[in-house]
Design a protein around this ligand. Structure first.
Ligand code: C2E
Ligand code: MG
Ligand code: MG
Ligand code: MG
Length: 280
């Protein structure tokens, strides 16, 4: 569902059966209330990103991942509510909340002994197309005092489908702030290796689907290896997501992969848990 285009998404919600529509309406109402009521039901979790280059496996920072624990509906996965938030236009205020929260935390880590930790924040295409997105990012940095070099914005390849020239211009303006860009879920959807040349990215995040059978799947191994070689040639780092087992981890150690993210190290954690372990 999360991967569908805006058009398909609307059809999915409209054509759903009654219970699906009921769920959608419940989510819509509760999501609006949750934003009006100061985002108290939302929480930002942090999943460590581990630098495996050099063999020391050190934490390089974290990806910020939103959680919604609705008083009325219970826990709802971002894979379910982010597409609806995009459709309703609520992704902009919710996304700004995540951005400010993540920048505030990272600034704190930087000031308490971890000056090089970075924070990654996901931005959906809808957010990128806000006319004031560059100013929004600039303001979050100014308000929190976070150094732009410690902020990475994650964008997906789907952004390249539509107005590529407009996207390139926006991404270049964001880059000009000193912020880094990561291409998320790489290898899925309308992938084109050209995107990594056309847009000014710093990190390629290989999609989890290539990791599932990694230990026994020659295609996935070759794919990651090829991406890592190509990335090195153009001066881009590679992060592989979704590492769950020591076998998967071992396969990657022989490749030019700089970052690893996955349950093998840690799940996304509530901020106090992240800080207890990684910001001592
Ligand atoms: P993503 O940005 O690709 O984030 C990675 C997802 O993989 C996260 O799911 C994370 O919890 C999960 N993951 C990490 N390691 C493993 C692993 O070893 N195994 C498995 N099976 N999964 C792992 P999550 O937190 O449910 O988020 C899902 C998606 O929702 C994200 O995918 C992202 O596209 C979106 N999302 C989450 N937070 C935000 C946000 O603040 N803003 C926006 N625009 N989108 C967000
Ligand atoms: Mg991401
Ligand atoms: Mg991803
Ligand atoms: Mg994803």
């Amino acid at each position: 569902e999360a991967k569908k285009t805006g058009k398909n998404r609307v059809e999915t919600y409209r054509e759903g059966n009654d219970s699906v529509s009921g769920r959608r309406l419940d989510m819509e109402k509760n999501m609006r209330d949750a934003t009006v009521e100061g985002y108290r039901e939302f929480e930002v979790y942090y999943q460590p990103i581990i630098d495996i280059q050099g063999g020391k496996d050190v934490c390089a920072g974290a990806e910020a991942l939103i959680r919604w624990n609705s008083a009325k509906l219970g826990f709802i996965s971002p894979a379910e509510f982010i597409p609806l938030a995009e459709y309703l236009g609520l992704i902009n205020p919710i996304g700004n909340y995540v951005l400010t929260e993540a920048c505030t935390r990272c600034k704190h880590w930087n000031d308490t002994g971890y000056p090089d930790y970075k924070v990654n924040v996901n931005l959906s295409v809808v957010q990128l197309l806000q006319p004031d997105i560059v100013e929004t990012v600039e303001k979050a940095l100014a308000d929190t005092g976070l150094s732009p070099k410690n902020l990475t914005l994650e964008v997906t390849e789907s952004l390249a489908i539509n107005d590529m020239d407009r996207m390139k211009e926006i991404l270049n303006r964001i880059k000009a702030l000193g912020v880094s860009l990561a291409l998320d879920d790489f290898g899925t959807g309308y992938s084109s290796l050209n995107h990594i040349r056309e847009i000014p990215i710093d990190v390629i995040k290989v999609d989890q689907s290539f990791v599932k059978d990694l230990a026994g799947d020659a295609y996935s191994q070759s794919f990651i290896k090829m991406v890592a070689e190509l990335a090195q040639t153009i001066g881009v780092s590679v992060c592989v997501e979704g590492i769950e087992t020591p076998e998967q981890f071992k396969v990657l150690q022989g490749m030019k992969v700089k970052y690893i993210q996955g349950y093998y190290f840690d799940r996304p954690m509530e901020r106090h848990a992240f800080e207890a372990k990684y910001v001592k």
